[in-house]
Design a protein around this ligand. Structure first.
Ligand code: ADP
Ligand code: ZN
Ligand code: ZN
Length: 677
């Protein structure tokens, strides 16, 4: 008997590597290369879709135990060796099973078992036309003439050959998007099959940008890829990219795994944005993987931001990344940067929570018929309800956190686990009826603004006001059409939206982030403030940004007023170096979740013991997480740190395989390059 054809197949299961199957029966002719094809295989009593990642002719000793592949799916082109290598790299780097990285990176329609109507469905997906530039948008599709700075950047990017990471650092409104689009156009015209991938942080922004890109490039197929798409749309967009019909993909972080066989250029817009880091499952950074992908392919990658992450800034300063800078605003005549003023509320603040200069500015802006935007990163009415008689506070019963007062339906709601309950009429401990909401959220500020400006049309935009499908789009539309005088909102109003008539931006609780224990908090605060302030000044008239803070001398605010992020980033970088924090060191965070804190900490102690004394790697003491209890589960963490990446990777691989073998009942997970500590 000769050798049989064994296939190594990846499945979406928590095993470390691919599983062996017998491909003899389905591989006809036997010489065909099956790598990268999908197939259906049995696993236990189930059948699953897998991806073939290896093949070998050999005589297995226990061939009897190896099950045959049920069906080979040859209806789409095989996934490329590069795609397999990319998902494998991500799996190894982020210490996650390869199959659990690769399979979820395919659109759901292509990882489900093919049913009887499968072939028909696939051909319908293929025949969906990629909408072309016929739809018009308010974003003029007409190309602008690049200014000298932009042209210089595009020229440098156009000359790139091979792997070349670039940081495009440019103030808000400096026209980075034009640079990306021109660079993409350059590549795609030079090679009629080349593809480009443009990553953006927010689902909400993809339709806007997608429309802009499509209008700009009517001849190139343009598709969007993000998790908000319906299954059919997502599969057809994915297929169009995989088959080269789409030459530009605009997508959120999951699109970094899109199959793009002719990828020639990667762009990551707003590269500092925390949403590039996945919050569950495999905790990858799409920004970092984009750079890795470019390196694997030997192609250029552009990271753009007005407030680059300190990690990226460090690479630009060390010369590992090329730094290109846009210093001027692109549209000088219509776009006047707002003045930035710091307002110390001192003792003079009234119940509205807004200092008198802010109240006066809101009044004046209304009188001039212009729009104001009030930013506050806290939704709800009041972050906690208190009993003045006995000191009772509205804790969530399941989390180490307060339940937030929501006035419209008079509920207490936990923003961490979703628990909610009506506000008690009396204090649960002492029966007192005078319960007070303490502090301010967007609902309360909305109320205060309406009280201050009775004739104003006030609109609040936050996750509570926009639960209904399309309600966010409707709300933004109302702002664009001038139906709103004062917009009150959270982070949701900070990003991207091109409001044309905002003459005043008010920032209310920036100080709360200054007090954060996370070492990245100030970098994030700066980025958020730059974004929020950037919503003003697009009307061609003078505009103002007022920041209420009790720490007007804080260096962060000083740098903000000087509009000097570079100097601020240099300071942070030096501080991180002195304190031995990333990017000067590399970290991983092991977290444990258990019914009791003792069990969680106990697991981490055991993990420390198992680690022994690894070379060039430091393990810190296990500690409770900042928010120790969430949804009834106690949580603890263990920080692992190393000066170099490679000993950390080696250590993690061995250590985690020991931990996996422990069969502990404590749930644990690892995050490499943790976003928050
Ligand atoms: P950024 O992403 O750097 O904040 P954008 O790319 O959104 O800036 O550009 C800001 C605005 O300037 C947009 O409305 C864009 O159309 C316009 N713009 C960009 N480049 C030019 C240019 N060279 N001439 C005129 N307008 C431009
Ligand atoms: Zn009480
Ligand atoms: Zn809770």
């Amino acid at each position: 008997m000769g050798g049989r054809r064994f296939l190594q197949i990846l499945l979406d299961v928590p095993f470390r590597g691919p599983l062996d199957y017998d491909g003899g029966a389905v591989l006809m002719p036997p010489a065909a290369d099956p790598i990268g094809l999908r197939c259906v295989v049995p696993l236990g009593r189930r059948k699953m879709v897998g991806v073939i990642v290896g093949a070998a002719d050999r005589t297995a000793l226990d061939a009897a135990r190896i099950k045959p592949v049920s069906q080979l799916l040859v209806d789409i082109e095989p996934l490329s060796p590069h795609w397999l290598a990319l998902t494998r790299f991500a799996a190894e780097y982020y210490q996650h099973p390869w199959g659990e990285v690769a399979l979820p990176a395919l659109p759901p329609a292509l990882r489900q078992l093919p049913g009887p109507r499968y072939a028909g469905a696939l051909s319908r997906l293929r025949s969906r036309s990629l909408r072309t530039g016929s739809e018009t948008t308010d974003h003029a599709s007409a190309r602008v003439a690049l200014n000298a700075e932009q042209a210089a950047c595009v020229q440098q990017l156009g000359a790139d050959a091979g792997f070349m990471p670039t940081l495009l650092y440019g103030v808000t409104g400096s026209g980075k998007t034009e640079v990306y689009l021109s660079a993409i156009e350059h590549r795609l015209e030079a090679d009629p099959r080349a593809q480009a991938l443009l990553l953006v942080p927010e689902i909400n922004l993809t339709p806007q940008l997608e429309a802009q890109v499509r209008a700009r490039f009517p001849a190139f197929g343009v598709v969007a890829l993000h998790s908000g798409l319906a299954a059919g749309q997502r599969a057809s967009a994915w297929l169009a990219a995989h088959e080269g019909r789409a030459r530009v993909v605009v997508g959120t972080r999951l699109a970094v795994f899109a199959s793009l066989p002719r990828l020639a250029l990667l762009v990551v817009d707003e590269e500092h944005d925390p949403s590039y880091k996945a919050g569950e499952g495999v905790r990858y950074s799409a920004r970092d993987l984009a750079v890795k992908r470019a390196q694997m392919l030997g192609i250029p990658v552009v990271l753009g931001s007005a407030t680059p992450s300190i990690e990226t800034w460090a690479h630009a300063r060390s010369g590992r990344y090329r730094l290109l800078t846009l210093r001027q605003r692109a549209v000088t005549e219509a776009w006047i940067a707002p003045t930035i003023e710091l307002v110390d509320p001192g003792a003079s603040i009234d119940a509205s929570g807004m200092a008198p200069p802010i109240q006066r500015a809101l009044e004046a802006t209304l009188q001039q018929g212009e729009q104001s935007l009030v930013f506050l990163n806290r939704r709800g009415y009041a972050p906690v309800v208190a009993c003045e008689a006995c000191g009772w506070l509205s804790h969530c019963p399941h989390c180490a956190a307060f339940a937030v007062f929501h006035k419209p339906d008079r509920t207490l709601r936990c923003h961490h686990c979703g628990w909610s309950s009506t506000v008690p009429r009396r204090c649960p401990t002492c029966g007192n009826t005078a319960l007070q909401g303490v502090g301010r959220g967007t609902q309360r500020i909305e109320e205060s603004v309406q009280h201050l400006l009775p004739s104003a049309r006030v609109l609040r935009i936050d996750r509570d006001s926009t639960r209904r499908r399309d309600s966010a789009a409707d709300a933004f539309d109302a702002v664009h059409r001038g139906k709103v005088d004062v917009l009150v909102g959270t982070q949701m109003i900070a990003k991207g939206h091109d409001f044309r008539n905002v003459a005043l931006v008010v920032v209310l609780n920036a100080d709360s982030q200054l007090a954060s224990h996370d070492f990245r908090a100030s970098e994030r605060l700066f980025a958020t403030l730059v974004q929020v302030i950037g919503r003003a000044g697009r009307s061609g008239r003078a505009s103002r940004a007022l920041l209420q803070t009790r720490f007007p001398q804080h260096p962060l605010f000083a740098a903000l007023v000087r509009r000097d992020y570079a100097a601020f980033a240099d300071t942070l970088l030096a501080e991180r170096g002195r304190a031995g924090m990333p990017p000067a060191t590399h970290q991983a965070l092991l977290t444990a979740e258990a019914p009791t804190l003792d069990a969680a900490i106990g697991f981490l102690r055991m993990a420390v013991e198992q680690a022994g004394a690894p070379a060039a790697v430091t393990l810190y003491d296990p500690v409770p997480m900042a928010m120790v209890r969430r949804a009834g589960i106690e949580r603890a963490q263990l920080l692992v740190e190393a000066a170099q990446r490679s000993p950390l990777q080696t250590f993690l691989r061995e250590w985690l395989s020991v931990l996996r073998a422990q069969k502990s009942r404590v749930r644990w997970q690892i995050e490499v390059d943790p976003a928050e500590i």
